[in-house]
Design a protein around this ligand. Structure first.
Ligand SMILES: *Cc1c(COP(=O)(O)O)cnc(C)c1O
Length: 288
């Protein structure tokens, strides 16, 4: 199934194989914009509210025009309908991009669009087989973000080149993904995922204040964990803490949970991850 869908924020459906952006779009030439990647499963996009919350916060951090949430939700709905019409129950990856718009046309307003595409093959593989990771120093300390709003550390910006470079760097060395560490040696996040360590029925993830993206999937899992009587905690953690946990996971909207099998060449200890995966699946099915 190779169908793809493209819908602009005004609700118009476009041919995804025809030119769409203007060459002077500030999202394209400077990465000035924010985006969300969402999971379409069972004919609906999951956690739309949480994604629009984060998009709205990110747009504010970048000084973009406020997001028209109703228009964005409508565009997602139209794109979902188009996908389901062609592909039925198939899962898909939905991306919402929102940029500052055209550089040379004052008052043209933001550019926004929703695209739908099949789930990448990598996703299916890491869901079932897990992923090996390499730790990489991100270069800032855990107290940096609070005093550096210009670094946009809490926004999922379209300036994603260093994230992808980190993944390539790891891949060239035989690893499937990365975990960023702070300059003071603490676990931050993946290049496109949050990190959760599981020990018994206790979850541990770093707090957003250390300069990471607040993950919508992590948040939904934490809400479900609390409903189910698990302890859902945040705190600073080191690589040794990860290695001591029963299981460690990269968490994100489309992959959901990828079990980390190896960290820098050390096998992670292998508790049974089934209970946690059940929790993840319940959290995806919950309304928000
Ligand atoms: C997208 C992303 C995440 C995961 O966020 P979700 O909302 O769970 O998909 C975490 N960290 C980074 C850097 C990301 O880009």
């Amino acid at each position: 199934m190779t169908e793809r869908i493209l819908v602009s924020l005004d609700g118009a459906v476009h041919n995804p194989d025809l030119p769409f952006l203007y060459a002077d779009d500030l999202g394209a030439v400077r990465g000035e914009g924010v985006f969300e990647t969402m999971l379409l499963r069972g004919r609906r996009v999951r956690k739309v509210g949480l994604h629009l919350d984060r998009l709205t916060d990110g747009a504010r951090l970048l000084g973009l025009p406020p997001v028209d949430r109703a228009a964005a939700a409508r565009a997602i709905e139209i794109a979902t309908g188009e996908w389901v019409r062609g592909s039925g129950d198939a899962e898909a990856m939905v991306r919402l991009a929102y940029s500052r718009g055209r550089e040379s046309v004052p008052g043209a307003g933001p550019t926004g669009y929703v695209s739908v595409a099949p789930i990448p093959e990598r996703v299916a593989r890491t869901r079932t087989s897990g992923v090996s990771v390499m730790t990489l120093n991100r270069g800032y300390t855990t107290d940096f973000a609070a005093d550096a709003p210009w670094q946009l550390l809490g926004a999922k910006t379209l300036s994603f080149a260093t994230n992808m470079a980190a993944v390539r760097y790891a891949s060239e060395r035989g690893f499937g993904d990365v975990i960023y560490l702070s300059a003071d040696g603490y676990v931050l996040e993946g290049a496109r995922a949050s990190v959760i360590a599981v020990t018994g029925r206790t979850l541990l993830t770093p707090p957003a204040e250390v300069g990471i993206l607040p993950g919508t999937t992590q948040r939904a899992i934490y809400a479900e964990a609390r409903r189910s009587g698990w302890a859902a905690t945040t705190g600073l953690l080191t690589v040794d803490d990860l290695l001591a946990a029963d299981s460690v996971w990269l968490i994100s909207s489309v992959t959901l949970a990828a079990r980390i099998t190896v960290i820098d060449g050390t096998l992670t200890v292998t508790g049974d991850g089934t209970d946690f995966l059940d929790l993840v699946n319940r959290s995806v099915d919950g309304d928000e």
